[in-house]
Each structure stands twice: as C-alpha cells, then as structure tokens.
Design a binder for this molecule. Structure first.
Ligand SMILES: [Ca+2]
Ligand SMILES: [Ca+2]
Ligand SMILES: [Ca+2]
Length: 172
C-alpha cells in the first residue's frame, strides 16, 4: 500500500494535493480489507481441576483464580479458596479470526499487595503455560506432544507455590 502511495506521490512530485488524495484513497481501500477478517471462530479454555501442592498463603488457604490471555487480551475467572482438590469449571471464551492464536494460562493466588503467580509449568523460572491454538485444525501446540480440541491437558509445577492443573481447550 505504501509502495503504491509512494509511486503516486513521486509521479506528482510538485502536486502536494495529489499526494494527499492518494493517501486518502489508501485509507478508503484499507477499511473493507480489515472488515473481511471476521471473528467467526471461538476459543474456550476450561479449567476443570487444580490442586495446590504447597501453601500459597502463610496463614490461610490460597484464593485462586485463573487468567487466560488470547492474542494479548486477558480475561480472569472468579476466585476459589480451598486447600483440597478443586473442580472449578472455570470457562474463558474469546471470539477470534480463523487461524493460529497465542494463548497464555496463569493460575494466580490473590493477595492483598502483590498477587502470587502459582507454578503450573515444570520448567524452572517459568510459572505459566504458553501454547498456540489453530482454530482451523483444532491442534494445540507448545507442549511435548500435540493435543487437539477437547483433550484434557494436565500440567504440574515444580517450584515453590505450585499446583497441578487440568484444562481443556475447545475451538469452534
Ligand atoms: Ca499468597
Ligand atoms: Ca492469597
Ligand atoms: Ca516452573
């Protein structure tokens, strides 16, 4: 697009008005192109189960919630305070265009000052989970094996303030 504008401007090097008209034309052409990329697919991350493996809080049970970020847009779930295995059935859904999308899953203990990120990734110095979801194929990549839409994925942290978490990613 800039190349087209550049050539048009060069041809009319002295005619500033023509250059501005070309830029205006460029914007008018861009608008319908963006409208074609409709958010007609959907990614849902359901956290079906988690269990804290040590204490997230010193004096009480942890108060946990999940944060799911899809293509840079974050949503959080409600909070659950429990020391036992929890089946929260938290669901986060986001409409997306067809294709591959980056997803980040975090389990967090809510604290008064700074929240505690709970370790759900067995890698050292990495507490959250990053993966990519292809809404066209239903494949979920970024783990040691490739999962597909509807599979239950279970991961366990190994550092201090850790949990085991199970979740399902579905696409439609
Ligand atoms: Ca805490
Ligand atoms: Ca807490
Ligand atoms: Ca870790």
């Amino acid at each position: 697009m800039f190349g087209v504008i550049g050539r048009a401007t060069a041809k009319n090097a002295l005619a500033v008005g023509a250059g501005l008209a070309a830029i205006g034309f460029g914007v008018a052409v861009l608008a319908p192109v963006q409208a074609v990329a409709q958010d007609n697919h959907e990614i849902t991350v359901s956290i079906t189960k988690f269990k804290a493996l040590d204490k997230a809080d010193e004096l009480s049970n942890g108060d946990f919630f999940a944060k799911v970020t899809i293509d840079g847009k974050s949503q959080t779930t409600a909070q659950i305070s429990d020391k036992a295995e929890v089946h929260p059935d938290w669901k986060i859904t986001q409409a997306v265009p067809a294709g591959v999308h980056k997803v980040k899953l975090e389990l967090i203990d809510k604290d008064v000052s700074v929240d505690d990120p709970i370790d759900i990734n067995r890698l050292d110095r990495k507490r959250d989970l990053d993966f990519a979801v292809d809404t066209r194929t239903g494949k979920i990549e970024g783990f040691t094996k490739t999962y597909k839409s509807g599979d239950t994925i279970t991961r366990t942290g190994a550092e201090k303030k850790k949990a085991e978490i199970s979740f399902v990613v579905t696409v439609k």
